[in-house]
Design a protein around this ligand. Structure first.
Ligand code: SF4
Length: 325
């Protein structure tokens, strides 16, 4: 999702392009005001990736975004007060062949504000709310829908999305709301989204984290890659955790290797190990491994030792070996 003012078209387009380069296949843009949907129409013309209009509270914004060329509109129908307004949005989406993502959020489920719903009842309530929205859309003859049930709680996210996957046959978008700073967001997102994806649930994902959206994309890609759902396009770096046998500064060496690998566009597995005794065995499935001792390292290619090299030559020799893969 972009994080610059939508009305700043040039910045927004630059951020969309950065997200695409980072691996995003869809980009969502907030359109809270009329000026935003006008800008959205210009952004659509300048990028190739499908754009999703993020709409809250306003049927007018949803219809304007649809007419502006949105590929999909994200809507929490509970935020649109009048049913006739929801029908207006559905009719526009139908006419322009635009998909709709129907969202239910734990924080805004009915009765929660008036009469707090105990946690054990929230999943059922979210499911009921989703069912009522689906009936509303299907009743109007519209089925181009994607379902999304969000919570800031990893376990609730898993529970409610399992229930939705079992109850309905529509595509699903997965994500946690308000997941935190990147370091805090990555673990709950990996737990919740990883669990669901491993069970075959979910068609698109978004990791929410404060800060640069490219970081969100990188976390999301790591989750998908670790489950084998996305092909690696760059090296995977494995680093030994270090122990009492370690004789060199493994973290420093690993950071140098990590920096050098950013220029490599080849999917492969590289290991940096902290000793020459257990390192080779622990890195046996790496394509290239550096098992470092004091002032030198043994270099392995597909599990075979090919050289012993002095410390200053580790990075260039490692990169040269990657070229031979
Ligand atoms: S590779 Fe060597 S230094 Fe690293 S954790 Fe294993 S035994 Fe310890």
């Amino acid at each position: 999702m972009t994080k610059v003012p939508t009305t700043d078209v040039d910045r927004c387009v630059r951020q969309v392009r950065r997200l695409v380069r980072a691996g995003c296949g869809l980009v969502r843009i907030a359109v809270p005001r009329r000026a935003d949907t006008i800008a959205f129409a210009q952004i659509v013309q300048k990028v190739r990736v499908p754009l999703i209009a993020d709409v809250h509270f306003s049927a007018d914004r949803a219809v304007e975004a649809i007419e502006a060329g949105a590929a999909k509109v994200r809507l929490n129908p509970g935020n649109i007060k009048k049913q006739e307004d929801i029908f207006r949005i559905i009719d526009a989406a139908k006419m322009h062949r635009v998909a709709m993502r129907i969202g239910v959020n734990e924080a805004s489920i009915r009765d929660l504000k008036k009469d707090p719903v105990p946690p054990e009842k929230r999943t059922a309530l979210m499911l009921d709310e989703m069912r009522s929205y689906i009936r509303l859309f299907e009743g109007r003859g519209f089925d181009q829908i994607v379902l999304s049930a969000k919570s800031s709680d990893a376990l609730r996210t898993i529970e409610v999305n399992r229930a939705i996957a079992e109850a309905f046959g529509y595509p699903m978008h997965l994500g946690l709301t308000h997941a935190g700073l990147p370091a805090d967001a990555s673990i709950p997102s990996a737990v919740a989204l990883g669990t669901l994806l491993a069970e075959g649930i979910g068609d698109t994902i978004r990791v929410s984290a404060a800060g640069d959206p490219v970081i969100e994309t990188e976390i999301a890609k790591s989750i998908a890659m670790s489950l084998g759902l996305l092909e690696r396009t760059r090296p995977e770096l494995i680093v030994c955790p270090t122990c009492g046998r370690t004789e060199i500064d493994v973290v420093k060496l690993a950071k140098q290797v990590d920096k050098a690998l950013r220029k490599v566009k080849k999917p492969c597995r590289v290991a940096v190990m902290g000793c020459i005794v257990n390192g080779p065995g622990e890195a046996a499935d790496a394509d290239v491994a550096v098992c470092a001792g004091r002032g030198k390292a043994d270099l392995y290619r597909h599990g075979q030792k090919i050289a012993t090299i002095p410390e200053p030559e580790i990075i260039p020799r490692l990169l040269a070996t990657l070229e031979t893969l």
